[in-house]
Design a protein around this ligand. Structure first.
Ligand code: B12
Ligand code: SF4
Ligand code: SF4
Length: 368
């Protein structure tokens, strides 16, 4: 092991980068563990990211999210996680699954799950980073894995480590491969050199993601207003804003539109070995489950307070948007929830009923 390895220029060309010794071992361990890209950055304070988090909080753009906004100093000062922290080893795990085929058949109201949540991709990411941490420990260093835990702002780490550039859709895009990657790091006291320089912007004049967002949530290049972002609105508790209910369409968890339209993401789909299709869920079936069964079906999802009624609220909206307005099973379940004890569910069910009625009338007018 050791010596030259392949890195990338900011235009995505491959170049040899001199990394040897422990750094080369770390890079090899990360790539053999299945990470699509790996890099390092110093465990320094990230003042620009801290300012972005503070700005998002004060301006309301965070829409009440906790995550990294809960404790901005903690999430932007990786050296707090480990005494004598020197380096972050940052990795990207690929999840470009084939877009799922919707189920068909009577009664099925297909509710779409975003690609990153089709299986436990974070478990794969964590396992790969664990191998890197184990190697560091074998070599007498310490290493703490950070994956899906809000310890740091992962995109900032990935950008600093030269994994990719920050797209206008706010995602980190690997050069030529797009953004179907989740990100994580190992913080270590080992001093490792940078594997590659940061990657310059490659979006150029493209703005497909900004124009393709169904709710206008991309309010500037790389800036998301969570109050309009469907991915967040599906997770947060309370009333789903009426002005975005139709735009929600058939989504039940996450939203991929700003990546589906991205030319770079499309290239990755065509070159990747396609995994199994993602999954769709039957909204009517889920609406019939009790609390425990429903939560079990959404085990890995982030749901505010693990409240099953947040999921039911979303399922009712999907049913209103995507259900067959002539299907008796669809109408019966919406009717049942319209008189539910929980006023939140009753109100969303009445909205769904209104949508179904409207579509029935439209189709009758069209047939006349
Ligand atoms: C909160 C959160 C969300 C929120 C808010 C997202 C947001 N953009 O603010 C919600 C719930 C909406 C969300 C949605 C999604 N998320 Co999310 N989310 C997070 C989380 C937990 C924290 C993000 C954060 O701190 N945001 C605060 C801002 C300041 O940081 P940022 O969003 O990372 O933005 C960076 C760049 O956009 C850029 N930037 C931002 N503003 C500006 C302004 C200027 C002027 C400039 C130059 C740059 C710039 O710099 C920032 C820091 O480097 C991270 C995990 C983590 N621990 O970091 C995952 C994470 C960002 N999410 C991820 C994913 C996969 C998604 C979804 C695709 C899931 C889905 N299909 O629904 C969507 C994508 C929505 C989108 N277009 O961003 C991945 C992103 C992977 C990647 N390749 O980039 C992460 C890193 C999780 C992970 N560990 O892999 N997410
Ligand atoms: S995740 Fe969906 S709603 Fe959020 S910014 Fe992207 S396209 Fe818009
Ligand atoms: S759609 Fe275009 S502007 Fe948006 S991230 Fe992809 S390349 Fe950049």
């Amino acid at each position: 092991m050791g010596g030259q390895w392949v890195g990338r220029t900011c235009r995505g060309e491959n170049v040899g980068v001199g990394v040897d010794g422990l750094a080369a071992e770390v890079r090899d361990a990360a790539l053999s563990a299945g990470l699509a890209a790996v890099g390092t950055c110093r465990a320094a304070s990230w003042t620009r990211t801290r300012a972005l988090l503070d700005e998002g909080r004060h301006g309301g753009r965070h829409g009440g999210m906790a995550f990294t906004y809960r404790n901005p100093p903690r999430s932007t000062e990786p050296h707090r996680i480990l005494s004598n922290a020197a380096t972050l080893v940052v990795g990207a795990w690929p999840y470009a699954a084939r877009p799922p085929d919707p189920p068909s058949g009577p009664g099925a109201v297909a509710a779409r799950v975003a690609r990153y949540a089709t299986e436990d991709h974070y478990a794969h990411l964590r396992a790969a980073l664990d191998q890197v941490a184990a190697l560091l420990r074998e070599r007498g260093h310490r290493g703490v894995v950070m994956a899906d835990d809000n310890s740091v702002v992962d995109r900032e780490a990935a950008w600093r480590a030269g994994l990719g550039f920050c797209g206008k859709n706010a995602n980190i895009l690997l050069p030529g491969r797009g953004s179907w990657f989740i990100l994580g790091s190992v913080v270590t006291d080992a001093v490792l050199p940078p594997f590659q320089p940061p990657v310059a912007d490659q979006c150029g004049s493209c703005r497909r993601c900004i124009d393709g967002c169904p709710t206008g949530a991309i309010v500037g290049p790389g800036v998301i207003d969570a109050r309009r972002c469907l991915a967040w609105l599906l997770q947060r508790p309370g009333t789903f804003p009426p002005e975005f209910r139709s735009a929600l369409g058939d989504r039940i968890y996450g939203c991929d539109d700003c990546q589906e339209v991205c030319p770079a993401a499309r290239r990755e789909e065509s070159r990747s070995q396609l995994g199994p299709p993602g999954h769709w869920l039957d909204a009517i079936e889920l609406l019939s489950l009790d609390d425990a069964d429903l939560l079990e079906r959404c085990e890995r999802w982030y749901i505010a307070g693990r409240d099953p009624n947040v999921v039911r609220r979303n399922l009712l909206l999907v049913t209103g948007n995507a259900g067959d307005p002539l299907d008796p099973e669809v109408l019966a379940i919406v009717e049942e929830f319209a008189s539910h004890d929980d006023p939140l569910l009753a109100e969303h069910a009445r909205w769904a009923r209104g949508q179904l009625e409207q579509r029935r009338r439209n189709s009758e007018d069209g047939a006349a």
